[in-house]
Design a protein around this ligand. Structure first.
Ligand code: FES
Length: 911
């Protein structure tokens, strides 16, 4: 193909080069000019991560043909500011907490530049309008609005940015935000190597089929193809999995879901790899697919696995549910359905592998778990652990979906065979097709209460769709089992959870991990019960809340930091004030015959901190450096939630240093101790404890050595930001720079939790040391003619024990609220149909309600500085609170997510 000559002025510099006609601007920026700040999140112009400024206007560079840019002036994020001299907008975003995973950030900052250039004092509405084409999955948008507002003030010189020590309890920006804001942070797709191979995956076109033959001969002869690999080439173990090793990295004889990998092509160019894929001939015998989880256990249904279609089941009994229902004055029963939800992290799965000078396979990629990935890759390749190194690159969101190593396994295989660097970047369509989903649930719930509003019995039967392989399904069923009662005291309870295999993409870990589904059912039924009893929904919940001394459904006594009543009290005043006004307004609207109704909904949550009932062992290390700074080593992954900053704050506080004096080396299996998995809202609590222990040991050794050298009792010595000082003789000091000579060694500490597995017979046990709590109040506006629902306002109160970085906690709340809003109203993954962000509706800026956060601090003794977890708890109450607000507005109880517009006309008669 003839190449066209292109002239561009990029970031003030004239560039001239030749490209293929029709090439997209983003490919030219990234491949020809080496500017990786613009990100490819979707390839269809729907996410806006690729935004750049062309001739003074923002464009989505992933859909802009290069001819359109020819002769033009382009500003990319690299041209706005440098790491040494960031632009005020970049600094404002960092300071406002608008940067989490950072994948959307360059596009957001350039959008802010366009807006502020034409409108230096934008209103909130102006900001929302300008940013509506850009998606963010982490921040919940509110911090970005704050970032733009702060930038406007800084540019107008009405506000200066200041810095504190960054100790525990202080809001500080994420330590790695600068690189994300100026485009220098390196995501896996940004890494390039000379002589790098491109990997592509041949995927199953069928839900279920037998593989009769794979003929790779024609593809192997195609110029540029280096190797083609199938299941038979796997040198170690093909089947991997976190709980049950049943998921093949490449299908072996049978495919069990649409998109399952069948072969990989490794080639010297992307085009050759694409051509190679098309030349592989696979003969399939199509088999009946099992797609309906409700039918899976019926006799005669085809087996997804030879061992049977039941993936996992668990029961729980406490008290006597039947007796409880017989004593209840009112018993309600309803069946609820929740959909598959897509993680939709904006960075698609990407990885690069290479062989280092020691012959070790080194794999780079975004991940939540380098040590887990290292173990799985070693098994796959049949290597010892020390022959595999996994390094986390900047990670564009996780939410539970980036634990397993979808892309990493493939590049590791490619590099293992070719001994060359190999890179794989999923398209958005591939990511949507095969990434792990939130489990769809069918939940039948039965609730009994006395006339006075005392809960006496609850029964739930949950059917989960596990998809084709086990993944984290046993954990998700177990989490549902523990969390189905919410934060309420219910004496008689019974739960049965069954997860079944189907021929669908695999369901895995996702923020909330089985709690959002059962708590949606419970909270909606509580609302229906309150209505039936004629008791206010806030009051009804409040009088049944857990408190210190309460016994959970698993018979665990809650000894401390039970704060759900404080969360409820935080939203109480607004709730009752607003309820009165809304009910008056609705009466007036009814009288006037208009179609708008308002509603208030409330929902509560409890969420266990850490992996359930086992295996939270985590290590961390600390070392003094010769310049007086401190380095923390942690294998726990910061995926945008700000973990590295939290660990630095914990260390800085213990050592009485500024966080600027603390560096964190993170998630590299060669350099860092085992940090387990970033999941289950556990890392601030568990890695935080490990860091605190390591740092306390360092401090103790420093003071002991200093005492010997200075000949001063330890009790008279104080560790300050200047060094170790004799409190009685402040002139006597060992400076920070000398401290490394006192204790030069790296100190490692570990932490685990005191928990037990649930008893298989009755589900009893102590699965967590502590729990986080939350209460959400939501106001909606419903159009009674169209069924359109608008979330107007959210008040979200969360207890986190101690907010180590309050800005980070707020960021998690905003993010959880907006992800939950998507779950409630928009997101519905349809297997076989959802192919792009056009099909899969994510919440946008224009969906953003006013969000008010309330951070409750009721410290727990076992947490570092009293801290518990935050990330997951924030999503659990959102969907039921929205559903309950719709219930209040319309009188219709929603039993299905997303709450569908057509539900309204269909249920008109039930109001
Ligand atoms: Fe926006 Fe992660 S910070 S997508």
């Amino acid at each position: 193909m003839d190449r066209s000559k292109i002239l561009l002025t990029v970031n003030g510099e004239k560039r001239e080069f030749f490209v293929e006609p029709g090439a997209k601007l983003i490919r030219v920026l990234r491949d020809n000019l080496g500017l990786a700040g613009a990100k490819e999140g979707c390839g269809t112009g729907h996410c806006g991560s690729c935004t750049v400024i062309l001739n003074g206007k923002k464009v989505k560079s992933c859909v802009t043909p290069i001819e359109q840019a020819n002769g033009g002036e382009i500003l990319t994020i690299e041209g706005l500011g440098t790491p040494e001299n960031p632009h005020p907008i970049q600094e404002a975003f960092i300071n406002a907490g608008a940067v989490q995973c950072g994948f959307c950030t360059p596009g957001m900052i350039l959008t802010a530049k366009i807006l502020l250039d034409k409108n230096p004092q934008p209103t909130r509405e102006d900001i929302i309008r300008e940013f509506s084409p850009n998606l963010c999955r982490c921040t919940g948008y509110e911090p970005i609005v704050k970032g733009v507002q702060l930038a406007a003030k800084v540019l107008a010189e009405t506000e200066n940015l200041t810095k504190g020590m960054g100790l525990v309890g202080e809001s500080i920006p994420q330590s790695n935000a600068l690189g994300k804001a100026n485009g220098t942070a390196v995501y896996a797709a940004d890494i390039k190597r000379a002589n790098m191979s491109c990997v592509k995956i041949l995927r199953s076109p069928h839900h279920h089929a037998k593989i009769l033959a794979i003929d790779t001969s024609a593809a192997e002869k195609f110029p540029g193809i280096e190797i083609i690999l199938t299941a038979r080439d796997i040198p170690g173990t093909n089947c991997l999995g976190p709980v049950v090793e049943d998921q093949p990295v490449m299908a072996d004889g049978v495919v069990r879901f649409l998109g399952e990998p069948v072969a990989i092509v490794v080639a010297n160019s992307e085009r050759a790899a694409e051509e190679g894929l098309g030349l592989i001939k696979v003969r399939y015998e199509q088999l009946e697919a099992v797609l309906d989880p409700a039918a899976v256990l019926e006799p005669g249904t085809p087996l997804v696995h030879q061992k049977g279609n039941l993936a996992f089941s668990r029961v729980l009994f406490k008290g006597d549910a039947e007796q409880g229902f017989s004593e209840a004055d009112v018993v309600l029963e309803e069946t609820f359905f929740t959909p598959a939800q897509e993680h939709a992290y904006l960075e698609p799965e990407s990885a690069l592998a290479e062989i280092d000078e020691n012959g070790r396979v080194v794999v780079y990629g975004g991940t939540q778990a380098v040590n887990y990935n290292q173990r799985e890759i070693a098994k796959l390749l049949g290597l010892d652990l020390n022959q595999v190194r996994v390094v986390q690159t900047t990670t564009g969101g996780g939410f539970g979906g980036r634990i397993e190593g979808l892309a990493k396994y493939m590049v590791a295989l490619a590099a293992f065979y070719t001994r060359k660097p190999a890179r794989l970047v999923f398209s958005r369509e591939e990511s949507l097709l095969v990434s792990y989903k939130r489990h769809p649930f069918k939940v039948t719930a039965k609730l009994g209460a006395t006339r006075e509003g005392k809960l006496v019995a609850l029964q739930m039967d949950a059917l989960l769709d596990a998809g084709a392989y086990t993944s984290w399904t046993p954990g998700v069923v177990t989490k549902s089992t523990i969390h189905f009662t919410g934060p309420y005291v219910i004496p008689n309870v019974k739960f049965k959870g069954q997860a079944v295999f189907t021929h669908k993409a695999v369901s895995g870990a996702m923020r909330g991990y089985g709690a959002p589904q059962v708590q949606f059912a419970l909270e909606c039924l509580l609302d229906a019960m309150a209505k039936k009893l004629g008791i206010d929904p806030w009051q009804f919940r409040y009088q049944n809340l857990m408190a210190e001394g309460s016994i959970t459904a698993t018979r665990q006594q809650l000894d401390e930091s039970v704060s759900i009543s404080e969360c409820m009290e935080a939203v109480r005043e607004h709730y009752f004030a607003r309820k009165k006004i809304i009910e008056q307004e609705n009466s007036e609207q009814l009288r006037l015959g208009t179609n708008i109704r308002k509603g208030l909904g409330i929902a509560c949550t409890i969420h266990g901190v850490g992996k359930t009932g086992y295996g939270n062992y985590t290590e961390a290390a600390v070392q003094m450096q010769r310049d007086g700074s401190v380095t923390i080593f942690s294998g726990a992954a910061d995926i945008g939630q700000g973990l590295n900053t939290i660990l630095a704050q914990i260390a800085a506080t213990e050592l009485n240093q500024s966080t600027e004096n603390v560096s964190v080396v993170s998630s590299d299996t060669l350099l860092t101790p085992d940090g387990d998995i970033t999941c289950a809202s556990k890392q601030s609590y568990i890695s935080g404890n490990a860091v605190k222990k390591a740092v306390c040991e360092l401090k103790s050794r420093l003071l002991k050595k200093a005492s010997e050298i200075m000949n001063v009792p330890i009790d008279d010595l104080v560790l300050t930001s200047q060094g170790i000082v004799d409190a009685k003789n402040p002139g006597q000091i060992i400076s920070c720079r000398q401290l490394a000579e006192l204790v030069p060694e790296r100190i490692t500490a570990s932490h685990d939790v005191d928990v037990t597995k649930l008893d298989e017979k009755d589900g009893q046990g102590k699965p967590y040391e502590t729990y986080s709590y939350g209460a959400h109040l939501v106001e909606t506006q419903v159009n009674m003619d169209t069924g359109q629902i608008k979330v107007v306002e959210v008040h979200a109160a969360h207890d986190v024990g101690k907010a180590i970085n309050p800005q980070g906690v707020e960021g998690q709340i905003y993010g959880g609220v907006v992800m939950g809003l998507g779950y409630a109203l928009k997101e519905n993954y349809i297997y076989g149909q959802t192919k792009s962000f056009r099909d899969y509706k994510l919440p946008k800026f224009s969906d953003l309600p006013e969000i008010h956060t309330y951070i409750i601090e009721k410290p727990v003794t076992s947490g570092p500085f009293g801290a518990k977890g935050t990330g997951e708890c924030t999503i659990n109450p959102v969907a039921p609170a929205i559903a309950n607000a719709v219930h209040h507005a319309t009188g219709i109880l929603s039993t299905q997510l997303p709450i569908r517009l057509e539900v309204f006309p269909a249920k008109e008669g039930e109001r």
